[in-house]
Design a protein around this ligand. Structure first.
Ligand SMILES: [Zn+2]
Length: 217
């Protein structure tokens, strides 16, 4: 199986299936349910490699079964090998992305779901820092910043979902000049949840354009 589905497409498919389950649990009208199913299939089928048997089985079962949350989870699981996962980086690779950080706290890879991750984000609670590694213009870049200890309800700049966000002040040292610029954005405190909610990569790209380190000319 060749992975062709992006992580954010996978998260979108998962969300759509969640919506279908919600409808199936709350709506009894067969015609309404058929319309919901048709709309969801219209949205997700173009994202699936329909020449793959697992994708075919997935769609067939979505059509055939009345879903519960547990059944839906079992149905989605076989799609995971079709997803292009976020690369698991070595500590050396991470240190290269954060050259200025002494004793970089490493992320706990074992707790991560690489097939849900459009970017890598982890917190260093001790120093109230957040580290992000994300694809930007064809390569991975590292962003670090201070994460405010207060969590508030608000819209995340990355996943555009309302949730528990905290002010992230990215620290950008302009090379050579030693001046720092700080840019504040509210983002999800929990990057794993942020990733699961991320179904459109554009706001992440916009965020990175603002916070990425820039060389002063
Ligand atoms: Zn978020």
């Amino acid at each position: 199986m060749k992975p062709t589905i992006t992580t954010y497409q996978y998260n979108y498919i998962t969300q759509q299936v969640d919506d279908l389950v919600s409808a199936e649990l709350s709506v009894n009208d067969k015609q309404v349910l058929a319309a919901v199913l048709a709309k969801i299939l219209d949205r997700i089928t173009p994202l699936l490699p329909m020449d793959e048997p697992v994708a075919q089985t997935f769609v067939t079962q979505l059509r055939a079964e009345r879903l519960t949350r547990a059944k839906a989870a079992k149905l989605i699981a076989p799609l995971v090998p079709l997803v292009i996962p976020f690369p698991q980086l070595t500590s050396k690779q991470l240190e290269k992305l954060f050259r200025k950080v002494k004793k970089l706290k490493q992320p706990s890879w074992s707790a991560m779901h690489l097939h849900e991750m459009t970017y890598l984000g982890w917190n260093d609670g001790g120093s109230q820092k957040k580290y992000l590694v994300a694809p930007y213009q064809g390569r991975l870049i590292g962003i670090q910043g201070e994460l405010a200890p207060q969590t508030v309800k608000g819209v995340c700049a990355i996943c555009q979902t309302i949730g528990n966000v905290a002010l992230f002040l990215s620290t950008t040292k302009s090379s050579g000049l030693g001046t720092y610029t700080k840019k504040g954005n509210y983002i999800c405190r929990d990057s794993a949840q942020c990733n699961r909610q991320l179904t459109d990569p554009q706001p992440l790209a916009d965020f990175l354009t603002v916070v990425r380190p820039q060389r002063k000319k």
